[in-house]
Design a protein around this ligand. Structure first.
Ligand SMILES: [Zn+2]
Length: 212
């Protein structure tokens, strides 16, 4: 039984690996994408194209520019004393929020006590608001430190708050490089901003439950 004598329809193109072994199945064909490499690439590329390499100072930093824009323009849902909350322009899920200090500092060890407390309080409030608005069943929280650590904008610290729902990690982001988003960013911003508690205590003091 000779290799390649059977199973290759007439006219079908076949990949040929070194060793002259015909490959006729989708798995074996050369050039099949590596899903691992593609999983988060669209989001990272979007930030890189947006100027990540140029973010060396507050003059070119989108997180420094955002507070000088309107809430609608910058997708800001809440402005605190030392930190603010905005929608990620390239969300992993609808409602993906970022908590940023106003100061242009790159590292978690750079924020002072007041900033640390407010970032923590705003993160808690973000979770409460997202639960009220969209009923997620889980969250991913975290800070990527440095470009090596995966930070899209490494020069300005930001805490990710990503709501999760069962089954949201479906095949689309992996196979089609497409994330199915059910709402526009503007709609999500309006809902989250409207649900944000007015009298929230962002100093880190306990007992700041939402009044609404
Ligand atoms: Zn900045």
């Amino acid at each position: 039984m000779g290799v390649g004598d059977e199973g290759t329809p007439a006219g079908a193109s076949t990949g040929v690996y070194p060793g002259d072994v015909d490959v006729t199945d989708d798995v074996g064909l050369a050039g099949v994408p590596d899903a691992f490499q593609r999983l988060w690439t669209p989001h990272r590329l979007a930030y890189i194209k947006g100027g990540q390499d140029q973010v060396t100072s507050e003059h070119t930093c989108p997180f420094c520019r955002a507070p000088h824009q309107t809430d609608e323009e910058a997708l800001i849902v809440h402005r605190g004393r030392h930190a603010f909350v905005l929608l990620n322009l390239f969300p992993y899920n609808a409602g993906h929020l970022l908590v940023c200090p106003y100061r242009h500092v790159p590292d978690y060890t750079d924020v002072d006590e007041a900033e640390t407390a407010e970032i923590a309080a705003l993160t808690q409030t973000a979770m409460r608001v997202l639960r009220r608005v969209a009923s997620p069943t889980g969250f991913n929280l975290g800070m990527n430190q440095g470009a090596t650590g995966g930070a899209g904008i490494a020069a300005h610290l930001h805490q990710h708050v990503v709501p999760r729902w069962g089954g949201d990690g479906n095949f689309l982001p992996i196979i089609a490089q497409t994330k199915a988003m059910t709402q526009t960013l503007g709609e999500v911003r309006e809902q989250v901003a409207a649900a944000w508690p007015v009298s929230d205590d962002e100093t880190g003091a306990a007992g700041s439950t939402a009044p609404c």
